[in-house]
Design a protein around this ligand. Structure first.
Ligand code: C5P
Length: 238
């Protein structure tokens, strides 16, 4: 069974990313290149990391006018990424522009509400409804487009699956292990087995693996928990 873990390569250099990714590759199913690595190393980071044989999730969270996002998504797709993120709050036209720009070989995924935000943070940016309602609203908007995946917190998964069904890929950051993450900014979190139980297709994990004493061993342990949970909660009914 292939691993549902997506390792966030939140490091500054390609060399660091390659070291981390190579050590953890046997235990994960996808590599995520995010803003830090992409801004410092550019599209070559995607091309070089692809050589490890795992799909690359390019998490740029595009959010601009549709024409700009169309062109940015086209450029991003040329890097060889399999999946690219946009913010659902950029609107339907913007999401469709990303899909068209990226072309048929790339999955465009819509981010709903960042997992670092809670109801108070939402209020401070002028959104006076609970996070879960905003996630549902944006999920609904994204579902009305040809977006193929949704990013939400694991705590929202059950509702999202209930609303939108299995025809879409659910990607969840905000995954935590037993060890606390220092200066943690994530506010809507869950453990690996809980997220699988709730219906996650991909679990995005950064600091719990990156900052572990032994990242490969931590990735292996988290993947073992994920495999057990998949067998327990998702095994096909006889
Ligand atoms: O270190 P941690 O496990 O919190 O990393 C989570 C990763 O997922 C980061 O790379 C972050 O950019 C990304 N992400 C997120 N929340 C979203 C979308 C992406 O934390 N809604």
């Amino acid at each position: 069974m292939s691993s549902p873990l997506c390792l966030a390569l939140d490091v500054h250099t390609l060399a660091e990313a390659q070291t981390l990714a190579t050590a953890c590759a046997p235990h994960i199913g996808m590599l995520k290149v995010g803003l830090e690595l992409f801004v410092s190393e550019g599209p070559k980071a995607v091309a070089e990391l692809k050589a490890l044989g795992l799909p690359i999730f390019l998490d740029l969270k595009l959010f601009d006018i549709p024409a700009t996002v169309h062109r940015a998504a086209k450029s991003a797709a040329e890097s060889g990424a399999s999946m690219i993120t946009v913010h659902a709050s950029g609107g339907r036209e913007m999401m469709e522009a990303a899909i068209e720009g990226a072309g048929p070989d790339v999955t465009i995924v819509a981010v709903t509400v960042l997992t670092s935000m809670n109801d108070g943070d939402m209020h401070r940016v002028g959104i006076d409804r609970p996070v879960i309602q905003q996630v549902r609203k944006l999920g609904d908007l994204a579902k009305g487009t040809n977006v193929k995946g949704l990013v939400c917190a694991p705590v929202e998964l059950q509702q999202m699956r209930g609303l939108f069904g299995p025809g879409i890929t659910y990607i969840t950051p905000g995954i935590r292990g037993d060890e606390p993450v220092s200066n943690d900014d994530q506010k809507r979190t869950m453990k690996v087995d809980e997220a699988i139980k709730a219906g996650a297709d991909w679990l995005v994990i950064g600091r719990p693996i990156r900052d572990a004493k032994d990242p490969a061993a931590t990735a292996a342990a988290m993947n073992a928990v994920a495999a057990d949970a998949l067998a327990k909660y998702r095994a096909p009914k006889a």
